[in-house]
Design a protein around this ligand. Structure first.
Ligand code: SF4
Ligand code: SF4
Length: 258
């Protein structure tokens, strides 16, 4: 018993201080919110588009506009490595969630996206959120990075956010995966079992737009083709910090210090 108490004291407080303190250090290979500069692109170039596995980046020579859709992006960084002109780069910005799908499409000078739920929804959520997770056919990495938020290192429960077993006890859904044909009915039934009003959070490139499975006949290319989505969280998978920021922004508002 005393050994346990001593070990606990020696270990100290291990939960990340974010959002009241600094965010934890991101790994050197972390790839965050992109920045594009169409002015750097030679007219005949399309190297970034050719290396992209999901057609997330496009260069339109006629309008001279480079467009990167972070909703489809796997954050592999191949486009930035392929571009000699420096027209595409990835920052270390982890705050990438948005309540508008269109805000995930990055062009020159695009602002950071924001989670802006209407006041009525925020009042209903109050300062707590109960979610039912629906794994709709992804690779499980998005679930793993969501699950890690329940560990002592992140302690999601301190924010009043919990995952519940029954959709009838939930304020909304957290959906991962591209929504396979086999999971469509399950997602619809779970959505309808959540009492209204409800929130739907799509986590990962699959749940936003199909991810690496995009366009396959066995998937629906994202949750919003089946149920209305309120918050989109880009990444493949999104870093736990990105998911945590999205959840806090949903209950506290984008004007909160996050
Ligand atoms: S980082 Fe995104 S846009 Fe760039 S090549 Fe990879 S998937 Fe495509
Ligand atoms: S978005 Fe990427 S990490 Fe998440 S389920 Fe799809 S393939 Fe896996």
């Amino acid at each position: 018993m005393w050994k346990m108490i001593r070990a606990r004291i020696q270990q100290g407080y291990r939960t990340v201080p974010y959002p009241d303190g600094p965010a934890p250090a991101l790994p050197p290979r972390y790839v965050g919110w992109p920045r594009v500069d169409s002015n750097q692109c030679p007219a005949e170039c399309d190297r970034c588009g050719q290396v992209c596995p999901t057609q997330a980046i496009t260069w339109a020579p006629d309008s001279r506009q480079l467009t990167l859709d972070t909703g489809c992006c796997l954050f592999c960084g191949a486009c930035a490595r392929a571009c000699d002109a420096g027209a595409v780069e990835f920052t270390r910005e982890f705050r990438m969630a948005s309540s508008r799908r269109s805000a995930l499409v990055v062009t020159d000078q695009s602002p950071l996206p924001a989670v802006e739920l209407d006041q009525a929804m925020r009042q209903i959520l109050g300062r707590a959120l109960r979610l039912r997770q629906v794994s709709a056919g992804g690779c499980n990495a998005c679930e793993a990075d969501t699950n890690v938020l329940n560990t002592v290192g992140w302690d999601l429960g301190r924010f009043g956010v919990q995952f519940v077993a029954s959709p009838r006890h939930a304020d909304g859904l957290l959906v991962t995966g591209p929504v396979t044909r086999n999971m469509r009915a399950a997602l619809e039934k779970t959505y309808h079992a959540v009492p209204a009003p409800k929130i739907v959070i799509a986590v990962g490139a699959c749940a936003i737009a199909g991810g690496p499975y995009r366009g396959h006949p066995e998937v629906h290319d994202g949750a919003d083709s089946v149920v209305p989505v309120d918050v989109y969280v880009p990444g493949c998978p999104p870093h736990p910090l990105t998911i945590l920021h999205a959840l806090l922004a949903a209950i506290r508002g984008s004007d909160a210090r996050l």
